[in-house]
Design a protein around this ligand. Structure first.
Ligand SMILES: C[S@@+](CC[C@H](N)C(=O)[O-])C[C@H]1O[C@@H](n2cnc3c(N)ncnc32)[C@H](O)[C@@H]1O
Length: 219
């Protein structure tokens, strides 16, 4: 993510990600198929907010963006600049959320939790917290949708993903592309059943989990 660059040709000091611009439409296409109308959605690690804005412009949702406290200011600028009166009731004020701090999770309930390109950045224990926190805040039958590169049964799905994984791990051994099969096992133990694994452009995927009714009614 670059520090500041405007999508509109003038500088509003907004955070900007080229990758987001490329992948926001394929992601929207998936969400438009899976999110119920008027869904309350929690986004974890909203980054530049480009996904949040793009989705809220197209879908009738109530979108709660969030970020780690140290990255919140740029996200807030984008929401102030592109949300507000332009997207009333759809795009909410961003909240601080570090998935590893249970006190920072909003109480919900949400019909969906969405997170893009975060699982390979967070250390594995934080990814487990992302799954556990999602299971806590989702409605019965609610969906967790994770976008990004993932291994399939321990195997990279492309040479470029393998190279990206090696690059991440050389920067920080705690980072790395996660295995969809391992995530599914962890998620299942929390009552989140893997229901779909969709291939998207550039060797990315959307993993979709649904919270079992039995687990969520026990809360
Ligand atoms: C590569 S960026 C992706 C941003 C955006 N979702 C996108 O697709 O462009 C990874 C994001 O994960 C967030 N992140 C990393 N660790 C986190 C944690 N423990 N809790 C919440 N977010 C975290 C970072 O703040 C960052 O915004």
């Amino acid at each position: 993510m670059t520090a500041s660059r405007s999508v509109f040709g003038f500088n509003q000091d907004l955070p900007f990600s080229e990758a987001c611009e490329r992948n926001k439409q394929p992601i929207l296409d998936v969400l438009s198929q899976w999110l119920p109308a008027a869904a309350k959605v929690l986004e974890v690690g909203s980054g530049s907010g480009q996904h949040a804005v793009h989705i809220c412009r197209q879908l009738s949702v109530q979108w709660q963006p969030s970020e780690q406290r140290q990255n919140l200011a740029g996200l807030q600028r984008r929401v102030d600049f592109e949300g507000g009166a332009a997207l009333p009731g759809r795009l909410l004020r961003p909240i601080p959320l570090d998935v590893t701090d249970p006190k920072q999770w909003p109480s919900g309930p949400f019909q969906a939790v969405f997170s893009a390109n975060t699982a390979h950045i967070m250390p594995s224990p934080a990814v487990s917290e992302l799954l556990a926190g999602s299971a806590r805040v989702l409605d019965p039958g609610g969906l967790l949708l994770l976008y990004g590169p993932f291994l399939s049964g321990g195997v990279h799905t492309s040479a470029s993903n393998a190279a990206f994984d090696a690059h991440l791990r050389s920067r920080d051994p705690a980072m790395g592309v996660r295995d969809a099969a391992e995530l599914s096992v962890q998620a299942a133990a929390l009552g989140l059943t893997a229901v779909e694994d969709l291939a998207l452009p550039a060797n990315n995927r959307v993993l979709i989990f649904r919270l079992d009714q039995a687990v969520s009614t026990k809360r």
